[in-house]
Every structure is written in C-alpha cells, then in structure tokens.
Design a protein around this ligand. Structure first.
Ligand SMILES: Cc1cc2nc3c(=O)[nH]c(=O)nc-3n(C[C@H](O)[C@H](O)[C@H](O)COP(=O)(O)OP(=O)(O)OC[C@H]3O[C@@H](n4cnc5c(N)ncnc54)[C@H](O)[C@@H]3O)c2cc1C
Length: 389
C-alpha cells in the first residue's frame, strides 16, 4: 500500500501527526495550510491517556516531555488581584502516567519538525474545489496548480472547509461561550504558575513559563451566539474588549496588550457532531470531524489518536468505516465530557464562584484531598482512555 498520494488540509496538530504516520507507510503526503506559516499560537494543552501512547510510538514523547509546561501552582485571585486560593498544580491537574501539558505552539512545532523532511508542506494556500470520481480526487487550490490525489483529509479545524465542501452546512453545537488566547509581556511576576480570575460569565487566566518567554492569556466569556467575521481579528478583539473592559484584576492591561499581540486566537466554544466523518475518498480528522471544544481539554488528544487510527486504515478496503468505528466511542465520551466542563469553566453567578473558591481554599486541608480530586477527575481519565491503542 505504498505510493498513494494524500492531501492533508491543515497543519495544526492532527494534520502533521497523520502526515508522520502516512510517510512511514510510504505514502506521498502533501499538507496544505491556509496560514503563511505554522500557527504556533494557543494556550497550554493537555495530552492524556491514549494520546501519550501515540506520542511514544512516534518517538516524540521525550521531546514533548522536554517541553512540558512544568506548571507548579494555580492561584485564584480576586478583583484586586489578591490571592484567594492557591493549590499545587499536581494536585489539581490529577495527571496519571505519562499525561503531559505543553504549549500548543511547542507541540505543533515538534510535530512539524518531525515531518518536514518527508512531507511536502505548502503554506499560504487552501483547497478551492474537490472533485471525487471514485478513483481519486481532483483538487484545485486558491493559488497553486490543480493536482490529483488518492485521498484528501480535512484536518482543517472547527470551521473545516473540507467538511463544508463534502458534507454541506453542518451546524456546530455552540456551548454558550467564546474563548480568546494571546501573548502578553511576561510581567506577571510568576514562573510556571497559572493565575485565574472569575466573574459571573467571565474567566481570565494567565500563564507564564520561564522569564524570557511571553506569558499567555486566555479570556473566556459566556454569551448568546454572536455573528462576526471570522477573518477579521480587529472585530473579534472588539468583542473581547466589550466583554472584559473594567472587569477587574488585570483585564484592562491584558486588553491593551491584546492589540499588540501577533498571535491572537478567537473562537466559539463549539462542538462538531457528525453521523459520519467521510464521504467517498475525503475524510475528516481532529476538530474538523469531532471538535470537543477547548473546555474539554481533549481536542489535542483526539487529534493525535485520530491520526494514528486513520493512518492504520487509510487505503485499505473499508478503511474509512473501520477508522470511524474504532474512534466513535472514544470521541463520544470526550464530547460528553466537554459539554459538562464548559459550565464549570464560566460559572454563571457570584454564588457559584464563591462556592468554587471556598472549595479551592479548603481543599488543601482536606485529609483525603487526593481522593476527592481523583473522584472529580475520574470522568476525564475515563474519556482520555476510552480507546486502546
Ligand atoms: C492558532 C490556534 C490556537 C489554538 N489554541 C487553543 C488553545 O489555546 N486551547 C485549546 O484547547 N485549543 C486550541 N486550539 C484548538 C486545538 O489546536 C485543537 O482543538 C486540537 O489541537 C485539534 O487539532 P486540529 O489539528 O484538529 O485543529 P487545529 O489545531 O485547529 O488546526 C487546524 C489547522 O487548519 C488550518 N486551516 C483552516 N482552514 C484551512 C483551509 N481552508 N486550508 C488549509 N488549512 C486550513 C488552520 O489554520 C490550522 O492550522 C487552537 C487552534 C489554533 C488553530
């Protein structure tokens, strides 16, 4: 099964991970990415359970562990920035085995570096049309010359153009909040510590690794679904500004830094739920197929595992159906987990926040704190391991 030509749309996480495995199988792989260069934006992301086994088999676990955020502390602050609860990260994150946490950009770079020699990357272009004649797919691009491939994989994220092209308009399941992530100058005065600040329907979080690297900020706000231009960062920044201006702690400072940030990321917290992830010779991977939303903390793991499973089956008779059936239960558990988590991420009222803060403040004195956390995080671990690699 060699010399099959595969086009992957999207050089995020799933795209390069799939390219890695297909190149190992002898496929000729092209990755087309709309952005002009690798998008290294994003906050820290988790790689858990089955996905850590995928990284191990790629020979990249050590590199990912080497780039681990090494987060030490999580501090909750009030409106004036006064700490109201502080917990060791190890306790709160409940990591098991090789679970790791890494800046999304670091992981994206590791995957790209591991594949750039064997895989053709085309930046600054996008698929324009796909014509599947049953024996191959004719592809035209916005800029490049038309080409023919044996398979096309849409790893082009939550708003996948590939998905729209082959499946038509499939509505996203909006979870009621928007998220923005961007770099700010590293003057938080913390090292490997995350600082969190909640208001009803609002969450601000910031994380600094070592001095010399910019800090990252996340701002999440609950909202009815908004209409905005996804290609217009200035309009998106305006939405974030309207939600956080005058909201306390460092909100205004972060909003000022947001204007200068060159890695601004904004999206809705939404999920993708589809009855099928392929049509003919075109197949979806990662967020394009089954985005669980950033609230789940599982999007990266799903993309890594999906890449591994898809690479085992692509090109085999009945392979795309086998990919779906191998992934389906795992994906559904993680989508359910994401739906549950979004409510915890942006609590609606002051009482909920006060209750959560009280829990955080007293947790470290609880005689069985590890057991309490284990119980809270059990659904996450169950979802992260709901597939055998
Ligand atoms: C810049 C960025 C920052 C992110 N930050 C976070 C974060 O902080 N926390 C979090 O939980 N999740 C974040 N995510 C989402 C997270 O990366 C995914 O949930 C997860 O890793 C699954 O990866 P994926 O490869 O399926 O999708 P993604 O990582 O979203 O990658 C999709 C890629 O496809 C590209 N693309 C889109 N349309 C086209 C097109 N028409 N042609 C070619 N390429 C196209 C995009 O530019 C992107 O590089 C971020 C995504 C991006 C793109």
């Amino acid at each position: 099964m060699t010399n099959l030509r595969v086009l992957i749309s999207g050089a995020g996480i799933g795209g390069p991970a799939l390219a890695f495995w297909l190149a190992q199988r002898g496929f000729e792989v092209t990755v087309v990415e709309r952005a002009g260069e690798l998008r290294e934006a994003g906050y820290k992301v988790d790689v858990r359970g089955a996905a850590t086994e995928v990284l191990r088999r790629m020979g990249l676990l050590a590199a990912a562990q080497g780039a681990d955020t090494g987060m030490q502390l999580i501090t909750y602050v009030n409106k004036g920035g006064k700490p109201i609860a502080q917990l060791p990260a190890d306790l709160l994150m409940g990591r098991r085995g090789d679970d790791l946490e890494i800046m999304r950009g670091d992981l994206s770079r590791i995957l790209h570096d591991a594949t750039r020699e064997q895989v053709e990357y085309v930046f600054g272009d996008s698929v324009a049309t796909l014509t599947d004649d049953g024996e191959g797919v004719d592809v035209t691009f916005e800029k490049g010359a038309p080409r023919r491939f044996d398979y096309v994989v849409g790893a082009d994220g939550l708003h996948s153009l590939t998905r729209r092209t082959v499946l038509g308009d499939t509505p996203l399941s909006y979870l009621g909040a928007y998220i923005s992530i961007f770099s700010v100058p590293n003057d938080l005065g913390v090292v490997r510590e995350e600082v969190m600040y909640s208001r009803p329907g609002r969450l601000v979080f910031a994380y600094a690794m070592e001095p010399g690297r910019p800090a990252k900020v996340g701002m999440v706000f609950a909202s009815p679904e908004l209409t905005y231009d996804r290609r217009d960062p200035a309009a998106q920044k305006q939405l974030v500004r309207a939600a956080f201006e005058g909201q306390g702690w460092r909100s205004d400072e972060f909003l000022a830094a947001m204007d200068a940030a060159d890695d601004f990321y904004f999206d809705s917290m939404s999920q993708v739920e589809l009855p099928s992830w392929s049509s003919g010779r075109v197949v979806l991977l990662g967020d394009a197929a089954h985005c669980p939303s950033p609230a789940s903390g599982q999007g990266t793991s799903l993309a890594l595992v999906g890449a591994f499973v898809l690479a085992q089956h692509l090109g085999e008779p009945g392979g795309l159906a086998a990919y779906e059936s191998a992934m389906r239960t795992y994906v559904e558990k993680n989508l359910a987990f994401g739906r549950k988590m979004v409510k915890d991420m942006v609590p609606g009222g002051r009482l909920n926040i006060a209750f959560r803060n009280y829990g955080m403040r007293t947790l470290k004195f609880h005689p069985q704190k590890e057991k309490v956390i284990d119980k809270v995080l059990a659904p996450m671990h169950e979802a992260a391991n709901a597939i055998t690699i």
